[in-house]
Design a protein around this ligand. Structure first.
Ligand code: PEP
Ligand code: MG
Length: 324
């Protein structure tokens, strides 16, 4: 083990000038929990749940899902942001027949609102788990594109909470409900959406895909999948401004957060909560703790002023060269 490498988990999550940030983990399986711990994650910023439906002969029942969520909560610390099933798009989808444009189709919240039983089973399992671990669970809604989806899901969650209480279950009455900001319609109108939810999580993978009109899985046009593009960065900035104005928290959970300079840039825009694949945490932490907030803000400003992803990349490369 190289010197420094072993010590990074012990570094406090603070910039050089003492501003704290939180690095959390994106996971999907219980088997990833040791990695979450070993890399010093402050919590689980994105728990993907699609594995409960696919890869099994039979879909997991609500009770089985509850066992899964219980294990995750038991064997981790800090908050756990559970994302509702994000079925469709690139994710294995046994629910629909082929669609011409699956990424623009029946996906995420759109599908969940049509599949009442599937949604209720998952929410019941999550809400019962949250009752056992008050203050630790948050619910994240994927692929939101219009306000009505937010209003509908909130009403459904409220209804299930009430029913559980009537049945004598413990519930976490203030469980935060947030949305993924991954469709430009939400980013552009962030302030309006922010008034309806408790938090935002920016999914830069889909936000890039939908902003650049580039299928995230299509190798032929991969050069256009530019999460550094100033238009993507501008949408992130607009989202942060909307969230701050409404007084809600905002984090980033897409790949941009695992890219250490991308992380530095969003920190410079004002995002202090980042969630990423666990193994990326030490290198991101090491960079974010090596410079001060003014440096990050300067980096973000210079990046936003560019007119191409290539320009942003040049700004990033220059910034990253250690000062002699
Ligand atoms: C994203 O879109 O950036 C994201 C984190 O979600 P997923 O990659 O699971 O679509
Ligand atoms: Mg996504």
């Amino acid at each position: 083990i190289r010197a420094g490498e072993a010590k990074v988990e012990n570094l406090v999550s603070e910039t050089k000038d003492g501003k704290s940030f939180h690095l959390m983990a994106n996971i999907e399986f219980e088997a990833e929990l040791p990695e979450v711990k070993n890399n010093g994650a402050a919590g689980i910023g994105l728990l993907r749940t699609e594995s409960l439906l696919f890869g099994h002969r039979i879909r997991k029942s609500s009770e089985e899902q509850e066992v899964f969520y219980g294990h995750i909560l038991e064997d981790s610390s800090g908050e756990v942001i559970i994302r509702l099933f994000d079925i469709g798009g690139d994710k294995n989808n046994s629910f629909s027949n082929k669609e011409a444009n699956p990424f623009l189709g029946w996906r995420g919240i759109r599908l969940l609102l049509d599949e009442d039983k599937l949604l209720r089973n998952q929410l019941t399992a999550i809400l019962k788990t949250a009752g056992k671990y008050p203050g630790r669970v948050k619910i994240l809604v994927p692929m939101v594109s219009v306000m009505e989806e937010v209003q509908e899901i909130k009403a459904i969650i409220g209804g299930i909470q009430q029913q559980l209480e009537e049945e004598g279950e413990k519930v976490d009455k203030d469980i935060p409900i947030g949305v993924m900001v991954e469709v430009p319609s939400v980013a552009v109108s962030a302030f309006k959406f922010a008034q309806e939810v408790d938090f935002f999580s920016i999914g830069t993978n889909d936000l890039t895909q939908y902003t650049m009109a580039v299928d995230r899985g299509n190798e032929r046009i991969y050069n256009l999948f530019q999460h550094y593009h100033p238009s993507v960065l501008q949408l992130i900035k607009t989202t942060i401004e909307g969230a701050k104005k409404a007084g809600i928290t905002v984090s980033v959970c897409g790949e941009l957060a695992a890219d250490k300079i991308g992380a530095a840039c969003v920190l410079g825009m004002g995002i202090t909560d980042l969630s990423m694949v666990p193994r990326a945490i030490p290198k991101v932490k090491s960079l974010l703790s090596s410079r001060s907030m003014d440096d990050f803000a300067e980096l973000a400003k210079a990046a936003l002023d560019q007119c191409s992803a290539r320009g942003v990349k040049e700004v990033f490369d220059e910034w990253h060269v250690p000062a002699i």
